[in-house]
Design a protein around this ligand. Structure first.
Ligand code: ATP
Length: 551
């Protein structure tokens, strides 16, 4: 039902056309059975018109069935397209903290496995839909032939469906369990792929990971899946036996107390035989449709969790004034810890950064440098206090606009294959210039708006990430331990040439660094310790007096 309503929302018109042609196909199919039944009754005089009706119905049936299948295929593909693009857009609009809380493994399982399962079911829907229409048309024809037989048949069928629904409860519960095991198993697979170096290096550890972690999880999946499918197979087979039983009752027992004309009995039997395949097909689809229902719940839960409120129209804009003035006022951020006493708390911090400053953020591991960077970049909204740009406070409504002032290369950066800028020769030429500037012209170039390769060393890939950041040409740059993977020569180029160049272009540069040998390259140094500003040195002439306060 959820699948159908999703399709209806995204391709309602096509679904309507598909439904109409399926109805024509179903009715013509049922009429064909009727004509065959009449032919079997053996009235010689009527044979010629019957032959005409038979061939006309054949053509109508094939044509409407083909159209319905094509229309349903288009409908389901449209729905699949919307599902994939909608969820990607929503994901991008979701606050980073929320994504971090949802977790990469869970998100990936939903985006890949669950969406694939739903897509698989979407692809079954055309056949399911066609079968439903055939069943409905055949039942209608049966009712027209003999309402008593129809009533008895419908009552028997309803009892069977109720029995099926009851018997299906157990395998259905197993399917829910299967989905939970998939989550766990996929998280372990991710560990296996990302930790393959460590596991290959130590054969014993690798074997233990497979034997003690993956095998039990895969075993739990196998057990639950087999139990679910065996359950469904048993229920389906019992259902088919019951179906034959109903045919037997209608054909041999009912006429004993409710005599029927031979022609009616023959045609009814024909209809029931004709219905065996669509009904068997429908019941065989049930496990896949149930799995899709469970996956659709996951997709909808994710959709709900990602339901970021759209930025309010008329959100306060940032004054396009130069120079930019960035302020943190009593800003704080908290991460949950093992217990209330072990929470990490950054701030409250007060800080002002003026345009053209080169500020180094230093401090020990876990002191809060990256968290401060996330707040400055607008990737986290502060839990307390305000981030203010040019006198305008950053809120959920204007945060997207705020972020457009920054470009960053994170410590755990992601290098995109595509440049993702305004396409054109100018962008490619600038990118190639930067590649040459960063000493990679012999390794990589831009082809069709993308890097010719990303198979490079970590330090080289980080230089390409810098190319992407340079291309964005934003007023504020943030580099989180960018130089950590660079050789001494390029590290020096970064601190003594690239940073001053950016500064000379009027850019504000924020650098998270542990390279104490280059701290003198900063206009100002901010030191964090356990989430608090500790030591501040230097003051940029552009920074107003008292711009920086210790919390
Ligand atoms: N997603 C998270 N959930 C919970 N706690 C977190 C999360 N990210 C960071 N922390 C905690 O917040 C604190 C500050 O982390 P942060 O990454 O800001 O430190 P850092 O100064 O950048 O460290 P490093 O130099 O090691 O990169 C750490 O104690 C860390 O354990």
């Amino acid at each position: 039902m959820k699948l159908l309503s999703y399709i209806y929302r995204h391709a309602g018109r096509l679904l309507l056309l598909a439904t109409l042609s399926s109805i024509v196909s179903g009715i013509s199919g049922a009429a064909l059975v009727g004509v065959i039944g009449k032919g079997l009754a053996g009235d010689g005089a009527a044979l010629l018109p019957l032959a005409g009706a038979f061939f006309a119905l054949c053509v109508l049936n094939v044509a409407s069935k083909s159209y319905a299948e094509v229309a349903l295929l288009r409908t389901t593909q449209t729905a699949i397209f919307h599902m994939r693009t909608e969820i990607s857009r929503k994901l991008l609009a979701t606050p980073l903290r929320k994504l971090q809380e949802l977790g990469k493994p869970g998100l990936l399982t939903i985006l890949t496995k669950d969406i694939d399962i739903v897509i698989g079911a979407f692809q079954l829907l055309p056949a399911a839909f066609g079968n439903l229409i055939v069943i409905a048309a055949c039942l209608a024809y049966m009712a027209w032939l003999s309402w008593q037989l129809f009533l008895i048949y419908v009552v028997c069928l309803a009892v069977c469906v109720a029995g099926f629904t009851l018997a299906e409860r157990r395998p259905m519960a197993r399917l829910v369990l299967v989905r939970q095991h998939i989550d766990q198993l996929y998280a372990y697979f991710r560990d296996l792929i990302e930790g393959s170096k460590e596991l290959q290096l130590n054969a014993r550890r690798g074997a233990r990971f497979v034997d003690d972690v993956i095998a039990p999880s895969a075993g739990r999946f196998r057990h639950a899946y087999s139990a679910a499918m065996i359950g469904y197979t048993t229920v389906n087979n019992v259902g088919m036996i019951l179906f034959y039983l109903i045919i037997g009752v209608l054909l041999f027992l009912v006429p004993l107390w409710l005599p029927q004309r031979a022609e009616v009995l023959a045609t009814t039997t024909l209809i029931l035989m004709y219905l065996i395949k669509p009904i068997a097909d429908m019941t065989a689809m049930v496990p896949a449709l149930r799995q899709a229902g469970i996956s659709m719940d996951k997709v909808e839960q994710l959709n709900g969790a990602l339901d970021a409120p759209a930025p309010a129209a008329g959100a306060p804009a940032f004054a396009r004034q130069a120079p930019l003035r960035l302020q943190l006022r009593q800003v704080c951020h908290r991460y949950p810890g093992l217990s209330e006493d072990h929470q990490f708390m950054l701030g409250p911090l007060d800080l002002t950064i003026a345009q053209g400053e080169c500020v180094f953020i230093i401090g020990g591991n876990g002191s809060g440098k990256t968290t401060l960077a996330m707040l400055l970049l607008g990737l986290y909204l502060p839990e307390g206090g305000q981030v203010v740009l040019n006198g305008e406070a950053v809120t959920a409504d204007n945060i997207d606009q705020y972020r457009q002032h920054f470009s960053a290369v994170f410590a755990d950066f992601h290098l995109f294959e595509h440049l993702l800028g305004e396409p054109g020769a100018a962008l490619e030429a600038r990118a190639n210039e930067f590649i040459a500037k960063f000493g990679l012209a012999h390794k990589v170039r831009i082809e069709d708006g993308r890097f010719s390769t990303r198979d490079l060393s970590t330090g080289q890939r980080k230089r390409l990430a810098l190319v992407s950041a340079y291309l964005e040409d934003r007023p504020v740059y943030l580099f989180d331990e960018w130089a950590a993977d660079q050789d001494p020569a390029f590290k020096r180029v970064f601190y003594t040439e690239l940073l001053p160049e950016l500064k000379a272009r009027g850019k504000t540069v924020l650098v998270i660094s542990h390279d104490d040998g280059y701290f003198d390259c900063a206009d100002r140094i901010i030191k964090l310790a356990d989430g608090q500003l500790q030591v501040v040195s230097g003051a940029h002439p552009a920074a107003p007096a008292g711009a920086l306060h210790l919390a």
